[in-house]
Design a binder for this molecule. Structure first.
Ligand code: HEM
Length: 408
């Protein structure tokens, strides 16, 4: 992720993803785009043209408006979703959004199981899983890799329990899940995607036939025998849940922990003060913006944002990380400030009717992980300099390949 080869505003269409020094840093181009070209013409990795929205107010408009459709959501993998072709057909108006009649993927089946109330009931299980991983970390000679032992392991175990995935399959799945997130999947990643699709097809069919106690089986059970939802859509739903569950929370821990460890007083307070913990989790979600962009939209009709005309059928990407650092909305956005007004109004989980359905679960996992770490490892520190963290490249939402820590 080099800053040196970055494009200039006005020098043709910047290539997406924009370069940046590390996954914790914002692309330096964002500030200029917000000022000079808030709806910028960019080029996607396929060569397809798209618009990149960088201001907070415009981002909220796009995220929550049926005028910007999520029809591409019917694609199986994020890479497919993002690597839209220039001749992608304009979407049908009613096909894409949750509030519309024909949402392409039946997310509503699972939303009630992931509500704040349901997640509250899961908290003891999340704490149990986290305690086991913290024990494992404590038993490992320092320096130990926090990504493998904790940051990826906790959310993976949680989502596998929710989806009823047997323990023996988890390492196999964890290895393949990131294949869904590559900008330009190579042959290896494509094979992994096909294997994941086959695995989840079997899982869905088994649950449709035999039911089960896990959340996903219960959700599918609500369909009833006469349902007409194609199995492929249920498979996509399962893959989305699994990949979000495997990846997003781990990325957040990997990006946020180095920032939290910069301020020892703040880190210590995470152990003892639940209100600080809640604010710190939301401020880290804003500051490190683990989801760099939202799911891509297509403009349903000709539209206009911040004075820029957007022709019908255009691909529109919302730079959530830029919106989360827009000084028009945020007081001193480059400062970690737990007392900032509207601290939970970041766009990291999207906004409005298309808000992430796993947000309550993600927040709870992050709170349990950070408080557990601060209580159990008060002297925790990075075992390498922050600048030496190696970030996974070529993927939506880069996470650290490993995060060596010590201090016990
Ligand atoms: C810190 C962790 C997480 C972040 C940052 C995150 C972020 C997001 C974002 C930005 C979107 C797209 C919103 C849009 O484009 O309008 C999304 C959608 C989604 N998320 Fe999350 N998410 C996280 C955790 C989770 C978890 C744990 C789950 C599963 C239990 C989950 C399940 C989903 C699903 C299924 C969708 C698609 C929803 C839809 O299409 O309506 N997410 N998430």
């Amino acid at each position: 992720m080099s800053e040196h080869s970055g494009p200039e505003v006005g020098a043709g269409c910047p290539a997406h993803p924009l370069p940046r020094a590390s996954a914790i840093e914002q692309p330096s181009l964002h500030a200029r785009l917000r000022e000079e070209m808030p709806v910028a013409s960019i080029t996607l990795p396929t060569g397809a043209p798209a618009f990149l929205v960088t201001r907070y107010a415009d981002a909220r408009t796009v995220l929550d408006s049926p005028a910007f459709s999520r029809a591409p959501l019917s694609a199986t993998s994020s890479a497919e979703m993002i690597n839209l072709q220039p001749d992608a057909p304009p979407p049908l108006r009613e096909s894409a959004d949750r509030q519309g009649a024909g949402h392409t993927i039946p997310h509503d089946l699972v939303t009630r199981f992931l509500s704040p109330r349901s997640v509250h009931a899961m908290r003891p299980a999340i704490e149990r899983i986290t305690r086991q991983r913290l024990d494992e970390l404590a038993a490992s000679p320092p320096p130990a890799d926090l990504m493998a032992l904790l940051a990826r392991a906790v959310p993976a175990a949680v989502i596998c329990e929710l989806l009823g995935i047997p323990e023996k399959d988890r390492p196999w799945l964890l290895e393949r899940a990131p294949a869904q997130l590559y900008w330009s999947p190579d042959e290896h990643a494509r094979r992994a995607q096909a294997e994941l699709a086959a695995y989840f097809k079997d899982l869905v069919e088994a649950k449709l036939q035999a039911g089960g106690q896990d959340m996903f089986a219960q959700a599918l059970g609500r369909l009833g025998p006469a349902h007409t939802v194609p199995v492929e859509k249920l498979v996509v739903l399962a893959i989305r849940l699994a990949v979000a569950g495997f990846h997003s929370v781990g990325v957040t821990v990997g990006r946020a922990l180095p920032v939290l460890l910069r301020d020892r007083r703040l880190y210590a307070r995470l152990a003892v003060d639940p209100s600080i913990l809640e604010k710190a989790v939301d401020e880290m979600l804003r500051y490190t913006s683990p989801s760099d962009t939202a799911l891509p939209r297509l403009a349903v009709d000709d539209a206009e944002l911040s004075g820029t005309p957007i022709p019908a059928g255009s691909i529109v990407l919302v730079a959530l990380d830029s919106a989360n650092h827009d000084p028009r909305f945020w007081r001193e956005p480059e400062v970690v400030d737990l007392e900032r007004p509207g601290i939970a109004q970041h766009l990291t989980f999207g906004w409005g009717s298309n808000h992430c359905i796993g947000a309550a679960l993600a927040r709870t996992e992050l709170r349990v992980i950070f408080s557990g770490l601060a209580q159990r490892f008060p002297d925790l520190r990075l075992a390498i300099a922050e600048k030496d963290i190696r970030w996974r490249e070529g993927i939506l939402s880069n996470d650290p390949l490993e995060l060596p820590v010590s201090g016990w």
